[in-house]
Ligand binder design. Sequence first.
Ligand SMILES: *Cc1c(COP(=O)(O)O)cnc(C)c1O
Length: 429
Amino acid sequence: MSNFNTGTKCVQGGYQPGNGEPRQIPIVQSTTFKYNTSEDMGKLFDLEANGYFYTRLQNPTNDFVAAKIAELEGGTAAMLTSSGQAASFYSVFNIASCGDHVVSSSSIYGGTYNLFAVTMKRMGIDFTFVSPDCTEEELNAAFRPNTKAVFGETIANPALTVLDIEKFAKAAHAHGVPLIIDNTFATPVNCRPMEWGADIVIHSTTKYMDGHGAGVGGCIVDSGKFDWTKYPEKFPGLCTPDDSYHGVTYTERFGLEGAYITKATAQLMRDFGSIQSPQNAFLLNLGLESLHVRMKRHCENGQAVAEYLSKDPRVTWVRYCGLPGDPYYDLGQKYLPNGSCGVVSFGVKGGRAAAEAFMKELKIAAIATHVADARTCCLHPASATHRQMNDDELKAAGVSPDLVRFSCGLEDAADLIADIDQALTAALK
Ligand SMILES: *Cc1c(COP(=O)(O)O)cnc(C)c1O
């Protein structure tokens, strides 16, 4: 399907049924797979033959859906994970281990920040966080001899910064390491980071890809373009024999197009088992079939709400890269010319208390720890996800006490705006 446009890939990518086969992707609800001989089975365990043997590592339903996402992102191989967090973890841990170092944008999802700065640090992997707006000199200065990857988010959740992907790709490649991009908020409908130099793309499919708040999940896609064999001393896991698979060398056996994902499946899925359930993969595929149609509407609603808020004197500030004057407007025009996402953040006059009062009055937008859902939802990070922080700490994290994260769903924009208007009126009485 590689010559088709994005919408066609959303609907039909990844699965082409043969004569008389199911039109919809079958849900292979089976933990295991049957073989005639132990010899057949042994070949699978040695990665000598292709096939399924246990759903903790791979399942056909997942692979159809992963293949669709690989086509959408322009990658060569992909895998589904049980959550976005698992995708972030695997994407880095597949090439970095104890004693290694990673450069990451500081403007990333809070859960990813915690995974990197606390949990993976405990595993012996060091992270240096750089501002997404840093100069090339500052970015280059963050690298060390043991740096193994660079990480960033196309549109950061919840800061809504837009990453200069080319700048980060250039620095990563100058230091012989891949750029990993979390493309959750933009989705491949609005941005394909691999076209700008990213080597690996990950997703929390929980968000727009699923799009209906139905299933938690993640995905990792490899571009197949990063040449690990140029730096065998840096990436021994990909370039030297794996004793746990009878000495297979991933880059030799699976080529650049397959080495990274095969290693992640064979080692990380085998040992950690964070696979997506086939049932969730099926639901994810239903979401993907309409992703291109839904993203357009999410963006139209985001733009309309952002424009309305920017003119309302009861709102102190608005952040949305589609608004002329937004600090990320120019980067948005470059990387997201067809729209960014449906998430808008803003401050209500009167600060923290006013933000909470405003949200309580909303009738359509629900208060939920979620974004990128068909149903509009909103969150006050200062009293929810960032609740432990005092006002000074919130400021350092780029989350002001008055910040409302408003995720525009698929409803009518006029109703969303009327809801915001009545809630502001009621809250600021
Ligand atoms: C939600 C989110 C994650 C984590 O995904 P889960 O599916 O909740 O584990 C990672 N990155 C971004 C940008 C997110 O919004």
